[in-house]
Design a protein around this ligand. Structure first.
Ligand code: FE2
Length: 182
């Protein structure tokens, strides 16, 4: 492909509303070793809101134990604080509703805002919004939580998040949704 072709192409070429049979030389290898994608609908039947402290809840979406990745929606139900934490991995977040910010920074994330967090960051999440905030998160690696005096409290990682989800399901006789695990 020449440079001029690349610069002219503004979108993928096909607009056909059909399933296209695409050649795949390693189809048999993918069949043997590939991992299926997953889908979780917005229904609470598929993943309930699990309480996270008195004022927040987490809707778990994905657990990847190979890479210590976990994805969820964090819902702070009114103005409040999620305690000071240190990141040992990366986080991608999108604000879905409401607003949130970190005490350590000068920006406020509203609906559609994108947040990227990197290893070593230490910060305190707050929402000043009466209706709180919903944040979609894709998190890789552990986070460490600290108390008001900077004392280490707990590490949360993929195992913590799986236990958070499964303990709630067991307690409320909700079937474990296998679609959350890849
Ligand atoms: Fe964070």
């Amino acid at each position: 492909m020449t440079v001029s072709t690349i610069t002219k192409m503004t979108a993928p070429p096909s607009t056909a509303y059909k399933i296209v049979d695409v050649p795949e030389p390693y189809a048999d290898v993918i069949k043997r070793h590939g991992i299926a994608g997953t889908f979780v609908s917005a229904s609470e039947q598929e993943s309930p809101w699990v309480p996270f402290g008195p004022n927040a809840a987490i809707r778990h979406l994905l657990f990847d134990t190979r890479h210590n990745i976990f994805s969820n929606i964090l819902w702070m139900k009114s103005a409040g604080v999620i305690g000071t934490h240190k990141h040992r991995g990366t986080v991608v977040m999108i604000c879905l509703e409401g607003s949130a910010r970190y005490l350590e920074y000068d920006w406020v994330a509203g609906p559609g805002a994108f947040i990227y967090e990197t290893p070593g960051l230490i910060h305190t999440l707050v929402s000043d919004e009466p209706n709180g905030v919903k944040l979609f998160g894709w998190l890789q690696g552990p986070l460490e939580f600290y108390d008001d005096n900077g004392n280490f409290v707990e590490t949360v990682d993929v195992w913590w998040f799986i236990n958070h989800y499964e303990a709630y399901c067991r307690e409320h006789s909700i079937p474990i949704n296998k679609q959350l695990y890849i």
